[in-house]
Design a protein around this ligand. Structure first.
Ligand code: S3P
Length: 432
């Protein structure tokens, strides 16, 4: 994909449905009794992987554009799949599905593509084994063989990493455990699972303790079908927010963006960098906060004192936005340092390495740390960069290309389809 520099961004973009929320909508509708109509379901390849896994487990799925109608079978109504369940590139599919399948009275095999087969699965194998399921995986990597058990043993679990996928895996397994299953989160992560379980009628207890947030579900809970609309994806919005904020005289409107407080730190951080972002028409849809955003490009950005370093608890809140924020660091007086973000090394690619190498190709001054990076304000020049097969790297460097002098070529840009199939067409309609 070849990208030309842009003067600014103009217009209105209806972004696709949120990927994290769409995965959960597909899964929870499958676990529910009855028919759920899901509007603005993510167009992402990852969410298509989730839907096809559940079809293989006997769930009926009808697709009409970006509306998906799921007829659930109840939490114990799935049928054993003769073939392995292919999670594609999707960590959320594999880790949450593992939690659901651990409590079934049959065995399953979860497979993934080359990237997913390198990602750490010990973080879900460990708690599910404690719950009495048996799991086999070579060196804790996919393929994952799950010998289900019903009911599972209820546990109290304290994840070693801040991960919404691990938390959700254990809570979903807890729906098929005898008794109450809890997860204690030291660092808050996205709470879409908790919110959506409630939408489907499941009681989820939450308590702030000295050691963090304690989240509890009961094994006798069942889900009841209930229609919902998925907000547009704030992680997809981030690419356009950064591009418009960084290009003078931009004016871009993004309607219906999900602004869940455990997920929306990117907006506040961009404001701290000096970006002008208006939030209006705030409302709640299916237990998720939603608003319209308007971003204006005002030229040189002067970050607030202290805004040039990101570390600590905020990292989990903007984990998927770090590649695009690092790109933005090249446009900020004082640059940007990101630390305590080692989790980035086990995402769809080693995102620290991918960002550092590509920024260097474009002429930026960057230092790499084990747990992050530091980028100086730099004039970017067009270059050939590599997505490393990672959708967020492909899109982050499309935005870097808009800021650069001369054209940029992105190798393997098609992987953007993992979260945003129409990304490049959408960008072309607003880039002037
Ligand atoms: C996700 C959680 C995050 C995030 C991923 C989606 C989710 O992963 O990076 O893109 O939907 O729960 P971790 O839980 O591994 O941090």
């Amino acid at each position: 994909m070849k990208i030309q520099p842009a003067k600014n961004l103009q217009g209105t973009i209806n972004l696709p449905g949120d990927k994290s929320i769409s995965h959960r909508a597909a899964m929870f509708a499958s676990l529910a009794r009855g028919t759920t109509r899901i509007e603005n379901f993510a167009t992402s390849a990852d969410c298509a992987s989730t839907l096809s896994c559940f079809e293989q487990l006997g769930v009926e799925v009808a697709r009409e554009g970006d509306t998906v109608v799921v007829t659930g079978r109840g939490k114990n109504g799935f049928r054993e799949s003769a073939a392995p369940l292919d999670c594609g590139n999707s960590g959320t599919t594999m880790r949450l599905l593992a939690g659901i399948l651990a409590g079934q009275p049959f065995d399953s095999v979860l497979t993934g593509d080359e990237s997913l087969s390198k990602r750490p699965m010990k973080r879900v194998i460990e708690p599910l084994t404690r719950m009495d399921a048996r799991l086999e995986a070579d060196d804790n990597h996919a393929p994952l063989r799950i010998f289900g058990k019903n009911p599972l043993r209820a546990i109290s679990f304290e994840p070693a990493v801040a991960s919404a996928q691990v938390k959700s895996c254990v809570l979903l397994a807890g729906l098929n455990a005898a008794g109450r299953t809890s997860v204690l989160e030291k660092t808050p992560t996205r709470d879409h699972t908790e919110r959506m379980l409630r939408w489907f009628g499941v009681g989820v207890a939450e308590e702030e303790t000295e050691n963090g947030r304690l989240i509890t579900v009961s094994g006798d809970a069942g889900l009841a079908a209930r229609d919902l609309i998925v907000p547009s994806d704030v992680s997809s919005a981030a690419f356009f927010l950064v591009a418009a904020a960084g290009l003078k005289d931009s004016a871009l409107t993004l309607p219906n963006v999900g602004l869940n407080p455990t997920r929306n730190a990117v907006v506040e951080v961009l404001r701290d960098f000096g970006a002008e972002i208006e939030i209006f028409n705030e409302r709640e849809i299916a237990n998720e906060p939603v608003a319209d955003l308007r971003v204006s490009g005002r030229g040189a950005l002067r970050p607030r004192a202290g805004a040039n370093v990101l570390r600590g608890k905020i990292i989990a809140n903007l984990i998927d936005e770090i590649p695009i924020l690092a790109v933005f660091g090249t446009q900020l007086a004082g640059g940007l340092e990101i630390r305590e973000a080692a989790e980035l090394r086990v995402k769809e690619s080693d995102r620290i390495r991918a960002v550092v190498e590509n920024l260097r190709r474009m002429g930026a001054a960057v230092e790499e740390f084990e747990d992050g990076l530091r980028v100086e304000k730099s004039a970017l020049r067009g270059a050939t960069v590599d997505s490393c097969g990672d959708h967020r790297i492909a899109m982050a460097f499309a935005v870097a290309a808009l800021f650069a002098a001369g054209p940029t070529e992105i190798k393997d840009a098609a992987c953007a389809a993992v979260s945003f199939p129409a990304f490049f067409e959408t960008l072309a309609t607003v880039a002037k």
